[in-house]
Design a protein around this ligand. Structure first.
Ligand code: ATR
Length: 282
């Protein structure tokens, strides 16, 4: 296991990283390398494997060595939220941080760009959210991270269905007065009602299908927040059951990376070509 004390930053460049565990599968170094070349930015971005109990130590060490900014992935998004000095409003709402930077006083700031990543990828694929009825599958950290971003897009309704129903109810309760949100059992979902189905569970990571009716997919846009080199089982399920559009989460990953890059460098990289490059290398 890499300890934070083994972090090594090259000189004469601005250093960034993604910290997580596991991390070897991460496409973020590739994505940020392409962004940097594209926008002519002198920076180095590496993936750092951090011991489960060592996140705040690793963060401090990265800053001490002169690191400029970090992305945070599983399982440290909650730890990052607790470790930073300042949170943006959306990070506070999501109780998760995926982007950190340091100000001139050396204080750390945390934000989450996951919702921006999802919304921008949906938009890039001509999937409109305004006035739409959305079904979200799952009620874990990934869903919590994107919920307020989706609500801000003027959706008609969001139904959250989760294997453990009480977690879906809890998420809805946390949003208190927003009447557009409701929780449902998988078995109570009505076919023909939803325009967009977003899979925010981690089931695809294990190749598992959700116990939902096949007819739900018909004529919908289905989006799996998980990405994989081959079609995820949710994407396959959507295609086989008449979805109009079926997408995995690679675009969301690239768009959330672009939003982090903008926070750090004040430059917006071009995303569609990067999605194509990463897809072609899979
Ligand atoms: P993450 O940060 O990836 O969201 P998480 O907080 O552990 O991780 O949440 C995982 C989500 O995937 C949960 O909604 C989980 O359902 P439970 O709350 O019932 O555990 C869901 N999930 C994982 N595997 C699943 C499966 N095989 N079938 C249905 N839901 C699954």
């Amino acid at each position: 296991m890499t300890s934070s004390l083994q972090i090594c930053l090259p000189a004469d460049t601005d250093n960034y990283c993604v910290m997580g565990n596991p991390i070897s599968h991460s496409k973020s170094p590739q994505i940020h390398k392409i962004f940097a070349e594209q926008t002519d930015q002198n920076l180095f971005y590496q993936a750092i494997l951090v011991d489960p109990d060592c996140f705040s130590e690793a963060l401090s060490e990265f800053q001490r060595l002169g690191g400029k900014g970090l992305n945070i992935t599983v399982p440290f998004k909650g730890d990052a939220c607790n470790a930073v000095d300042h949170l943006t409003a959306r990070a506070k709402k999501a109780a998760a941080v995926n982007t950190i930077w340091f100000d001139k006083k050396g204080e750390s700031h945390g934000d989450t760009t996951d919702a921006t990543g999802l919304v921008n990828d949906l938009r890039a694929n001509d999937i409109q959210l305004q006035d739409k009825n959305i079904l979200i599958l799952g009620a874990g950290g990934a869903v919590r991270g994107v919920l307020s971003g989706l609500l801000e897009q003027g959706v008609q309704s969001i139904t959250i269905a989760n294997r453990t129903h009480s977690r879906a109810e809890e998420l809805v309760t946390n949003y208190g007065s927003d009447e557009r949100l409701s929780a449902s059992e998988f078995t109570d979902l009505k076919s023909g009602f939803f325009d967009i189905i977003i899979n925010g569970t981690s089931a695809s990571l294990y190749g598992e299908l959700l116990p939902i009716d096949d007819t739900l997919a018909m004529n919908t846009c289905c989006y799996d927040m998980v990405y994989a080199d081959a079609d995820t089982c949710f994407v396959k399920w959507a295609r086989e059951n008449g979805a109009r559009i079926a997408l995995d989460g690679l675009g969301m990953l690239v768009h959330q990376a672009a939003a982090s890059f903008y926070i750090w460098r004040d430059v917006s990289p071009q995303t569609s070509s990067v999605i194509e490059i990463i897809r072609s290398k899979s």
